[in-house]
Design a protein around this ligand. Structure first.
Ligand SMILES: *Cc1c(COP(=O)(O)O)cnc(C)c1O
Length: 429
């Protein structure tokens, strides 16, 4: 069931016509579907119904507080990678005991915030970080629950920039050093070892790398227990791929992933933790944009739309493919070929080249599908373009869940030093 689909020739998000959102909120704008978020979460969670499992949604995929609250209502936990994301998760009502903290470069301040909140576990990525965490927890008179993120040296992920489980990647404790790391942690007074963590990459569309990683880490868990460590939880990260509309390989459904995980962990007696991001958010959102110009080039036509790489970076960053469709269902007998680009002064500001679409004109609305994950959360204000707003649809209603800032909002954080102006605030000028 697609919640972004045509009804009588016009694209809707659930029960709301996208043209209405464009009219009332303006473009470009991200539009999310509550029903899709909920369904994706349920599909994943229900496939682990019979398992002791925490589903810690990866906040960086889509970190809007309303999205987090939607998932919190379904029972989701959170995987955060910064103090800011931690704050979002707590505000959204996710209990601290369902929050795991990942990332290679946690600061002391972030550690203090997480210890104060009482999160479930720190996924520690180096011995250097381990010692800082121990010191921080000691100062606070607390104990920090930890798992080491280990790097199993497994190839996975849809693109070099989203592969994280190879030894040349910056992530995790090197495989050969994992057991020594646990020995070290066991000696520290303010550290409590509770588990093992692994995350091998993103947009993984085949189960083989998961199988390899789970087997390797499962064996490690047995060795760690034999060495006297208490291993209660096994976090296998996120990474499950989704269909983007062009996949030659169709990613496995969560049910197959779940069957694999259960088979490989059946004899481990651990609580499982999952950190899915893209699988839940990716196809829960679209980017809605308006055609500004159709520019007839010498050998190609450019569709210049009002969304740009600052709003959706994935094509520029990962050569990512996004399905595109007009909001008014076009005439499939009158297809044109376009290079779809944004207004930013970079050749990389290209969403796609040579894409066939029904004929479009200035003022027409277009949808970039599968933009719910790593879309708004990666957006920037490059070229002094206001951060793209976000809208959440729920049945026949919708709400703006991140407003478009005004240019004044952007400029007021900047100031001129006194040697350049008598004015302190740029906006006073
Ligand atoms: C990004 C990330 C995830 C989520 O990955 P998806 O591919 O979106 O599921 C999970 N865990 C960690 C540590 C991450 O960095």
């Amino acid at each position: 069931m697609r919640h972004f689909d045509y009804q009588n020739g016009e694209m809707f998000a659930e029960g709301v016509p996208l043209a209405r959102i464009a009219e009332e909120v303006g473009t470009p704008v991200y539009v999310y579907s509550t029903a899709t978020f909920t369904r994706h979460y349920r599909v994943f969670a229900d496939s682990f119904n019979d398992t002791d499992a925490l589903i810690a949604y990866s906040v960086k995929a889509n970190s809007n507080i309303a999205v987090l609250a939607t998932l919190a209502a379904q029972g989701a936990g959170a995987d955060v990678v910064s103090g800011g994301e931690l704050k979002r998760a707590l505000i959204a009502g996710i209990p601290a005991k369902k929050i795991v903290f990942s990332g290679v470069g946690k600061t002391r301040t972030e550690m203090r915030e997480a210890l104060t909140a009482g999160i479930r576990v720190f996924n520690v990525e180096s011995l250097e970080e381990l010692h800082v965490l121990n010191d921080t927890a000691l100062e606070m008179g607390q104990t920090a629950p930890i798992a080491f993120r280990v790097n199993p040296d497994v190839t996975a992920g849809g693109h070099a920039k989203i592969s994280t489980g190879k030894k040349e990647n910056k992530f995790g404790i090197a495989w050969s050093q994992a057991e020594l790391a646990y020995e070290e942690a066991a000696r520290l007074p303010a550290i409590e070892i509770i588990g093992v963590d692994v995350h091998i990459g993103s947009q993984i569309s085949d189960l083989a790398p998961f199988e390899k990683a789970i087997q390797k880490v499962g064996d490690l868990i047995k060795r760690l227990r034999a060495a006297g460590h208490t291993i209660k939880s096994f976090d296998i990260g996120g990474g499950l791929g989704i269909p983007y509309g062009n996949n030659t390989v169709v990613p496995p459904p969560p049910s197959e992933y779940a069957a694999l995980v259960k088979r490989l962990t059946a004899d481990l007696d651990v609580e499982m933790i999952f950190e899915p991001g893209r699988m839940i958010a990716g196809n829960s959102g679209i980017l809605l944009s308006e055609v500004l110009y159709v520019k007839r080039g010498e050998d190609r036509d450019f569709l210049i739309i009002d969304a740009a790489m600052n709003d959706l970076l994935r094509p520029a960053l990962y050569d990512a493919y996004h399905d595109m469709e007009p909001v008014k269902q076009g005439d499939l007998d009158k297809m044109e070929t376009y290079d779809v680009v944004g207004p930013i002064c970079e050749s990389g500001d290209t969403f796609t080249k040579g894409r066939e679409m029904p004929k479009l004109e200035s003022g027409d609305l277009v949808v970039l599908h599968s933009a719910g994950a790593y879309g708004a959360s990666q957006s920037s204000q490059y070229n002094t373009r206001p951060l793209v707003p976000e809208v959440l649809v729920n049945g026949a209603e919708y709400a703006v869940i991140r407003a478009r800032p005004s240019i004044e909002d952007i400029l007021k954080t900047e100031s001129l030093p006194n040697w350049l102006s008598k004015h302190q605030n740029v906006t006073d000028i």
